[in-house]
Structures are given as structure tokens and as C-alpha cells.
Design a protein around this ligand. Structure first.
Ligand SMILES: C[S@@+](CC[C@H](N)C(=O)[O-])C[C@H]1O[C@@H](n2cnc3c(N)ncnc32)[C@H](O)[C@@H]1O
Length: 293
């Protein structure tokens, strides 16, 4: 899938509104989404724009999508431009999503990374580069902790989650989930890594032992500059490339591979293809790449 498929997208928390965009409006909005966030959205999907942005019109006192696009293009639209990009993104994620990546880490990845010195000579740094609500980063830390316990070592670990959405980063920092959201965690993992809310409500929090290893920062991958970790051992870039057009995908992959330590590993989503790997990167398994030089 190289474009957003609005039929696969659940209703967005920012809600819907009464105005309807014209194709000219959505062409302008799609061009802005591409320019501001590298997002590749088919302008023909009028309903998608209406669902995602309808409420933004109301909140800005605009009665048409044309007036909203005018605002985005104006000097007064600086703050709204960020919200606009955020409203067009999707945060779908889950614990232990794409299990094959975790199987590979358990069978191969953790041993190889630690053999290089990660976690021992220096803190093993894991960067979840489009982290959504943190499930991905916490799952990876759980997998590493389990490996660590089996190997009876005490690895030093740093988890860094970044995303362009401030709202979703707040959720990641809190690390609080519903029973439905943690259904990817086995009973044994829940016992060890999750605390149930004391009020008996349907809420579960990641244990401080894991939360304290993590920090969550805002980073837009399409305009990263020098932001973000300088060197990481494992970078998760999963299920975000699908939102970008091919030149942006190539630029983002190159920028992240440049932040990998030698022999560091990059993972992308299983449905995402990296058409041009940067020099020195080799594929070691499905959607898993290692920096060889
Ligand atoms: C579908 S979720 C994937 C979450 C997680 N990586 C996973 O695979 O479960 C995509 C995430 O990418 C974020 N995102 C979209 N465009 C981004 C960008 N330009 N920079 C950083 N994050 C972005 C969204 O806010 C969203 O949280």
C-alpha cells in the first residue's frame, strides 16, 4: 500500500463537521499535506478529508474547506498547520504487533547486538521513530528484558520514542492502556510488566521499571534536521513509511540509517518496501536491515 486508504481508517478523534470539500479544496489540502508533512494522500478521497478536518473548520470559525485551506496557507496558520498534519495521521498500533520482528530479536537480534557491545560497553539504545502510544517501544523493552533475564546479564538500556503527534506522545509517556489495548500481552507478561489501576477500572499501566527507561519526544521525520538520537542500536520505523511519497521515504530511511551504530538494525513494517537501501545497509530478514559499514 503506497497511499492512505481511507476505507481502512477508523473515525478520528478530531471528528466530523457539516461542510463538504470540493475536489479543488482537497487538491490544495493534499498538496499542503505533502509539502508540510510528506504525507501522500489521494485528493479524490473527499470523505477522508471531511472526516479528519471537519472539526478543525469549526474550531477555527471557518465554514468552508476553502477558507480553512486559506488559513493554512497564511501567516496566521502556523499553529494550525501542525494540527492539520496531526489530524491526517493514524495512530493504529498494538503490543507485539508484527510478531516476526520480536521472534527475530529473540532468536538472533539481541544476541548479535549485545555481542557487539550494546547494553554492556554502552547503553543499548532503541529508537521507536513513529512510536504512536508507546506500545511498540514497551513491547521491544519487554522482549529485551526477557532476553536479559535468560542471559542473566544486566544490560543498560535506553528507549526513545518519537512521533509528530504531541497528543499521542502524552499517552505514550503515561503508559496507561485499556484491557483491549494490552490484549497482545500474555498473562505472564501482564503479571510482570503491567499494573492494574487501583480503582478497579479497565486501565493498566506499564511498570515504572520500563517507563523509567524511556523518554518520548516530538519529532517530525520529514523535517528532522539534527533532532533525535545521534546514534541508536535498533531503530523501529514501522508502519509510517506508507504515509510518505517515495522521495520522502528514501530521505527518511537514509536519515535514520545515518543514525545507526555500525551493525545496528533498522526494522520497517512488513507491508513497507524499502526500494533503495542506503549504501552499507543489508537486508538480514523480512523488513529487517543491518548496517554493515
Ligand atoms: C500507524 S502508526 C504506527 C505506530 C507503530 N510504529 C507501529 O507500527 O505500531 C503511525 C505513527 O506515525 C506517526 N507519524 C506520521 N507521520 C509522521 C512523521 N512525519 N513524523 C513522525 N511521526 C509520524 C503518526 O502520528 C502515528 O503515531
Amino acid at each position: 500500500m503506497s497511499r492512505l486508504d481511507p476505507t481502512a481508517v477508523p473515525p478520528h478523534p478530531l471528528g466530523t463537521g457539516p461542510a463538504h470539500p470540493t475536489i479543488q479544496d482537497t487538491q490544495r489540502l493534499a498538496a499542503l499535506a505533502l509539502r508540510l508533512g510528506g504525507l501522500h494522500i489521494d485528493p479524490g478521497k473527499l470523505d477522508f478529508f471531511r472526516q479528519r478536518l471537519g472539526k478543525r473548520l469549526a474550531q477555527n470559525g471557518k465554514t468552508s474547506f476553502r477558507a480553512y485551506a486559506d488559513l493554512l496557507e497564511s501567516g496566521a496558520g502556523t499553529a494550525e498547520r501542525k494540527i492539520f498534519i496531526e489530524a491526517l495521521t493514524t495512530h493504529t498500533t498494538s503490543f507485539f504487533r508484527e510478531q516476526k520482528h520480536f521472534d527475530w530479536l529473540e532468536a538472533t537480534g539481541w544476541s548479535e547486538l549485545t555481542a557487539e557491545g550494546a547494553g554492556l560497553a554502552w547503553p543499548l539504545r532503541i529508537w521507536s521513530a513513529a512510536c504512536s502510544n508507546g506500545s511498540e517501544l514497551y513491547s521491544t523493552l519487554i522482549s529485551l528484558k526477557e532476553h536479559d533475564a535468560r542471559a542473566t546479564r544486566h544490560l543498560r538500556v535506553e528507549g526513545i520514542g518519537t512521533d509528530l503527534s504531541q497528543a499521542i506522545l502524552r499517552a505514550a509517556r503515561q503508559g496507561v492502556y485499556t484491557a483491549n489495548e494490552i490484549k497482545g500481552l500474555s498473562e505472564a507478561r501482564r503479571k510482570q510488566f503491567v499494573l492494574r489501576a487501583k480503582d478497579g477500572s479497565d486501565r493498566y499501566r506499564i511498570v515504572p521499571e520500563l517507563r523509567n527507561l524511556c523518554r518520548f519526544d516530538p519529532i517530525n521525520l520529514t523535517e528532522m534536521g539534527n533532532d533525535g538520537p545521534s546514534l541508536a542500536d535498533l531503530i523501529l520505523l514501522r508502519n509510517v513509511l506508507i504515509y510518505f511519497d517515495p522521495p520522502t521515504q528514501k530521505r527518511v530511511v537514509a536519515a535514520l540509517c545515518a543514525r545507526l551504530r555500525p551493525h545496528g538494525v533498522l526494522m520497517t513494517g512488513h507491508t513497507e518496501t524499502v526500494s533503495q537501501l542506503p549504501t552499507g545497509m543489508v537486508q538480514v530478514a523480512s523488513s529487517i536491515y543491518r548496517k554493515e559499514s
